[in-house]
Design a protein around this ligand. Structure first.
Ligand code: GTP
Ligand code: MG
Length: 295
């Protein structure tokens, strides 16, 4: 008899910046999740559908787990923990370093999970084998029932080993999505995220965290010839608006150009992108604004 098809939800959790979104993109084979060297890049739970022979993994990328400070962080933590509740398998993504106090807070929670756990140690390109082996052994001691998989999401090293460990823990179930579907998010959402990613890369200090992007117009009546998009970048203060626009509009122009190229790749169409910057005073501290902006 043939092995049954396996399908289920897989929650990808871990601290900010460990590479969860990079791993999701690598597994899906498409840039769905935005990534950056700065922590707290991801703000939503994002579904990435991974198709493999005989299995479908419904991978949930989550915002990095942090102690909540303010309504935005509380919403991010909520999204991360909500993904846990829905998951058939939990993947804890971590970095190759000894556990720090934050890990110690999370570890009891992971041990108490009712679902099967896979511990994935990312960024192994940054350490040498003699350093990695004792870390793996310590993790094995802490989580004797879990599979422990070293990998590098950037190069893809070890990621198919992770896939195999996940699949062996998924329930037997038919696929939930057709083979050509990679996410359940709308193109509008993915477009807003691509713009936000460029802001993360080109601004510093508090600015990446003070921006939110809203799509005001998405006209695809002439697609694939042209898609017209108008987006608003919200910041919290007048001074931030000036920085995002840049001298003579220079920075906004660069952000717009780079975002447009990414969006054209995503939509497989020429794109006309219009960007506006507006101030929404202290939106992160206003629960209503946080909700209105989609968090
Ligand atoms: N050297 C190395 N860097 C990596 C690897 N995987 C991811 N990174 C880098 O780590 C940084 C964070 O990656 P993200 O994928 O945005 O991390 P995240 O866990 O989604 O972060 P949050 O969304 O903020 O929680 C980026 O600069 C990535 O390029 C890896 O295997 N090796
Ligand atoms: Mg992320």
């Amino acid at each position: 008899m043939e092995a049954p098809f396996r399908c289920g939800y897989v929650a990808l959790i871990g601290f900010p910046n460990v590479g969860k979104s990079t791993l999701l993109n690598r597994l899906v084979g498409e840039k769905l999740a935005i990534t950056s060297p700065k922590p707290q890049t991801t703000r939503h739970r994002l579904l990435g559908i991974v198709h493999r022979p005989g299995a479908q993994l419904l991978l949930l990328d989550t915002p990095g787990i942090l102690e909540p400070k303010g309504p935005l962080n509380a919403a991010l933590l909520e999204a991360a923990l909500g993904a846990l509740a829905d998951a058939d398998v939990v993947v804890w993504l971590t970095e190759p370093r000894p556990p720090d106090p934050q890990d110690r807070l999370l570890m009891p929670r992971l041990k108490a999970l009712p679902q099967p756990l896979v511990v994935a140690v990312n960024k192994i390109d940054l350490v040498r084998k003699p350093e990695l082996l004792p870390l793996m052994a310590a993790l094995h001691e802490s989580f004797p029932q879990a599979a422990i998989v070293p990998l590098c999401a950037l190069t893809g090293d070890g990621v198919e080993d992770l896939v195999a460990e996940i699949i062996s823990r998924l329930p037997a179930a038919p696929p939930l999505y057709p083979e050509d579907q990679l996410t359940d998010q709308s193109e509008r959402f993915l477009v807003a995220e691509l713009i936000r990613e460029r802001l993360f890369h080109h601004t510093g200090e508090e600015i990446p965290y003070a921006v939110a992007v809203a799509i005001e117009e998405f006209d695809e009546s002439r697609r694939p010839e042209l898609v017209r998009i108008r987006a608003v970048i919200y910041v919290e203060k007048e001074s931030q608006k000036g920085i995002v626009i840049g001298k003579g509009g220079k920075l906004l122009k660069i952000i717009g150009q780079e975002a447009r190229e990414d969006i054209e790749r995503l939509l497989q169409s020429k794109v006309y992108l219009e960007l506006w910057v507006k101030v929404w005073k202290n939106w992160r501290r206003d629960p209503k604004a946080v909700r209105r902006l989609g968090y």
